[in-house]
Design a protein around this ligand. Structure first.
Ligand code: ARG
Length: 664
């Protein structure tokens, strides 16, 4: 059960009887929270102050009125001691020990769900996550989408919802034009035979580099012109303002803006120059660049031919796709992620003309510069659905995807777990979807920030390539092995064979990466650091996994058959010490954490919760003997608390896609 929600529900009724505006009631109900200090009870209701202000009455008087109403409600009386009023009108709620003990025993006896209820009504969610662009090597940025999406999918399912994972892979984009072009001009057959994906990645990178070269060659002179323009203007302003104080005030904003633009342009020019230098400093590349001066248009035309069904390009696409997908599958297998459907961009190809027609029938399409556009209120730019050359866009595909999902699954919600840089795209997509009335489903962009390196820039390897995901996982596992081995060697009697160590290291390494990703608020950027994510103390997977393994080691040490003990009718949890009670409240807050995670699609609400449970457990374990506890009933009770702790950690981590080990 969700304790907080139950309290809030009961108190909501009381408040609703006094206030008409439901929004105000919501706000007041929101002030009921777990208390920060046990002195103030287990939960605190701070609604008497704002309510007093509204009604023009002293808050303590209001608090007394609310308490009188509270004690008249049997469901709260069963749960809580008579509430206390403190300070200016805080209402402190303390759960009854008998009630708490009964609930925690109920959770302990619930093998599968630990007392967590099933959502009603169950809803259908489509979760759109991972979505790598096939044939471009998958990189660290794709971890976040994959890991966050997987955690949401697992949690939705656990709560009884119908969650459908859909991997909208980019398998139809311009990168195939690049690879096809690369294949036709630069291929190394032997290398392709030896490792198709590696060779395709090389072809992609080479073609991309030549395109970037020619783009930079065009852009650099323009940037230089702009630089000169800004410098001239700055000089003019400076001279003017020296002579005229009033003018100086007026131009100060412009000065600031130009200064900032100057910095930006300088940075852009440096990047462009480095792209040119990379080619100029390499004799082979210089020759290739000259030989392929029209590469940009040529690549576009290879893509267009593919989309038009050109037999040669289509055959190449069909040949390249499977090895690329199997490479991606390997990563998913290592991450322990399985996505229900993979309906990539290519799947929607045949539906794009239809969706543009549908929009046109609804009178939503207007031509602008030959392109077909949907104009949306509140946006500076329209959404282009078909270019003047007939090509469709990412947005067109996404509209067709929504249409397909609506017709296939009738979802209540579609969640897009995608990089924050695409928020403009999704804002337009959602607006266009509403306009065209493609679905009533809730549409949410579950956006996330960038993974950064130590330098605060997007995480890259030293050579400047974005980090390949496979190598990243290898490194985490390698470091985890060192930590696990060191820890095991430090025991009086090492417990793990070499094979077990390797297996534990695999689980610990992958978990570290996933947990680091999930434990940060998804909307923030975070710095990728193996040392931090594999730290054995603090809010890390490694710490949580140790916590789990340590609890489990108690049962081995005491030779306790915990599964049998849990099923004994007479075995029950009783409170003899405040830290047991505090732990029990933590354990009973699992449903609250899951609800809160799903309310805003924030996995870090669950990691924060699990860390809190581990902390409460560690206080309990410091303050209470377990195996040596007497009498027998106390020992049993504490063993059951340990057991429920371990199961809560395992279940919670499992919902995040993180495994636990019995020994480490
Ligand atoms: N392939 C896209 C990218 O990496 C992500 C796809 C997200 N899903 C969607 N329906 N647009 O940029």
């Amino acid at each position: 059960m969700n304790l907080l929600a139950s309290l809030r529900r009961a108190i909501r009724d009381i408040l609703a009887a006094r206030i008409d505006d439901p929004a105000v009631v919501d706000e007041l109900v929101g002030t009921i929270r777990p208390s920060t200090d046990p002195k103030f009870g287990d939960y605190q209701a701070n609604c008497a102050m704002p309510l007093g202000k509204r009604l023009g009455k002293p808050p303590r008087e209001i608090a007394a009125e609310l308490v009188a109403a509270v004690v008249a409600r049997p469901e709260i009386v069963a749960m809580c001691e008579p509430p206390e009023i403190a300070g200016p009108g805080f209402i402190n709620l303390r759960l009854r020990d008998e009630w708490l003990a009964a609930e925690v025993n109920r959770a302990a006896r619930d093998e599968e769900r630990l007392g967590v209820g099933i959502a009603s009504p169950a809803k259908t969610y489509v979760v759109d996550y991972s979505g790598p662009n096939v044939a471009k090597p998958m990189h660290v940025g794709h971890i976040r989408s994959t890991v966050i999406g997987d955690a949401l999918w697992r949690t939705l399912k656990f709560l009884g919802h119908n969650a459908i994972g859909d991997n909208h892979v980019g398998d139809w984009g311009t990168q195939f034009g690049m690879i096809i072009y690369g294949w036709k001009h630069f291929r190394d057959e032997a290398a392709y035979k030896a490792n198709a994906v590696e060779e395709l990645a090389r072809l992609y990178r080479l073609t991309r580099q030549l395109i970037d070269y020619w783009d930079a060659a065009t852009a650099l002179p323009k940037a230089t012109d702009r630089l000169v323009e800004i410098k001239t203007r700055l000089l003019t302003i400076q001279t003017e303002s020296e002579n005229d104080k009033i003018a100086a005030k007026k131009t100060s904003a412009e000065l600031k803006r130009l200064g900032a633009e100057l910095d930006d342009i300088a940075a852009v020019m440096a990047t462009l120059q480095s792209k040119l230098d990379a080619v100029h400093n390499n004799a082979r590349l210089s020759v290739l660049a000259v030989d392929h001066a029209a590469i940009n248009d040529a690549v576009l035309s290879e893509t267009a031919k593919l989309h038009a069904g050109d037999p040669e390009n289509l055959a190449l696409w069909r040949e390249f796709l499977p090895p690329c997908m199997s490479d991606i599958e390997t990563i998913y297998r290592r991450l322990g992620v399985k996505i229900d459907y993979t309906l990539g961009e290519s799947f929607y190809h045949d539906r794009l003309a239809g969706i543009v027609e549908l929009l046109a029938r609804k009178n939503l399409v207007r031509e602008s510069d030959g392109a077909k556009c949907v104009f949306l209120d509140g946006f500076d730019f329209p959404m282009i659905v078909q270019k003047r050359d007939g090509a469709f866009l990412y947005s067109t595909t996404d509209l067709a995807t929504i249409d397909y999902r609506e017709k296939t699954w009738r979802p209540d919600a579609i969640l897009y777990v995608v990089d924050h840089r695409q928020s403009g795209h999704f804002a337009q997509l959602f607006a266009a979807t509403r306009l065209a009335d493609l679905t009533d489903a809730e549409l949410a962009h579950v956006s996330f920030g960038t993974v950064l390196g130590d330098d605060g820039k997007p995480f890259k390897t030293r050579s400047g390539d974005t980090v390949g995901l496979g190598g990243l996982l290898d490194e985490a596992e390698r470091r985890a092995l060192a930590i696990v081995s060191e820890n095991d060697d430090a025991k009086p009697q090492p417990e793990l064979s070499a094979e077990e160590r390797a297996n534990v290291a695999r689980i610990v390494g992958i978990a570290a990466i996933k947990y680091a990703d999930l434990a940060h608020n998804r909307t923030s950027d975070y710095v990728f650091s193996y040392d931090k994510m594999l730290a054995t103390k603090g809010n890390t997977a490694t710490y949580m996994q140790y916590a789990y393994a340590r609890v489990r080691s108690i049962f081995r040490k005491g030779d306790v058959d915990i599964d049998a003990l849990r099923r004994e009718a007479a075995a029950e949890i009783v409170f003899t010490h405040p830290s047991e009670r505090a732990l029990a409240i933590g354990l009973l807050s699992l449903e609250e954490a899951l609800d809160s995670m799903l309310a805003g699609y924030y996995p870090h609400h669950l990691t924060t919760y699990l860390f809190d449970v581990a902390t409460r457990y560690s206080t309990f374990y410091q303050e209470c003997d377990v195996l040596k506890a007497e009498p027998e009933s106390t020992r049993t009770s504490r063993l059951l608390l340990c057991d429920l702790t371990a199961r809560t950690l395992k279940l919670g981590l499992g919902l995040l896609g993180i495994e636990t080990v019995e020994k480490m």
